[in-house]
Design a protein around this ligand. Structure first.
Ligand code: GDP
Length: 197
């Protein structure tokens, strides 16, 4: 999956622009600044890949990347930055809501959460949306290098606990640091497993 170039395929601002549902896809979501671009780059071993999605005008799009010609990695727009969280989530929900509801080829959403802070209110709104659309999702904690070793277990336990009564949440979380390469192999393995299912 990650052996090839992992090229940018296209950005879609409207549902009609999405590519055919001819292969599984895994989407990445998270608050702006959560470390999504860094993680995509670390996973794919490329330095410039996710820059595409930070290009102004592309930030409110679903950005498609090719995974070995077998699957798509979908970079979802970031949410919750610099504006009232509620407005952001509302804006985010238009395209995303219909995408989540109608995309049969979507295998799972990986929802990135800053490991230093854990789940926040604005993330809760997104979890509600994912649960309501019955989209399988899994939490990926980021920037774990900034969390003391002794606090990592507690952060994981607390995150898992918050997911208990959430029907669409996959009850296993991934812990990562793009900076230190932590959890990348596990994340790649999870993605490969999802795609072969
Ligand atoms: P995005 O907005 O979610 O795409 O976030 P970026 O990938 O652009 O990262 C936002 C900020 O967090 C940048 O300053 C990154 O250098 C920093 N960052 C990203 N990943 C890590 C990480 O694993 N560890 C640390 N310490 N910082 C990170």
């Amino acid at each position: 999956l990650f052996a090839g170039p992992c090229d940018f395929v296209m950005g879609a601002a409207r549902l009609e622009q999405l590519p055919a549902m001819d292969r599984p896809e895994i989407a990445l979501a998270g608050r702006s600044n959560v470390g999504k671009s860094s993680l995509v780059n670390a996973l794919t071993g490329r330095k410039t890949l996710a820059k595409t999605s930070n290009t102004p005008g592309r930030t409110q799009q679903l950005n498609y990347f090719d995974l070995g010609g077998q699957a798509y990695l979908v970079d979802m727009p970031g949410y919750g930055y610099a504006q009232a969280p509620v407005d952001q989530v509302r804006k985010w929900t238009g395209l995303v809501k219909s995408y989540l509801r109608g995309r049969a080829s979507l295998a799972r959403v990986l929802l990135l959460i800053d490991g230093r802070h854990g789940l926040k209110t604005v993330d809760g709104d997104v979890l509600d949306l994912l649960d309501q659309s019955a989209t399988s999702y899994q939490i990926v904690l980021t920037k774990l290098d900034q969390v003391k070793l002794g606090e990592r277990e507690a952060r994981m336990a607390e995150t898992l606990d918050a997911l208990k009564r959430r029907p669409a949440a996959y009850p296993e979380i991934l812990v990562t640091s793009s900076r230190e390469g932590l959890g990348l192999a596990e994340t790649r393995a999870t993605m490969a497993r999802l795609i072969s299912e």
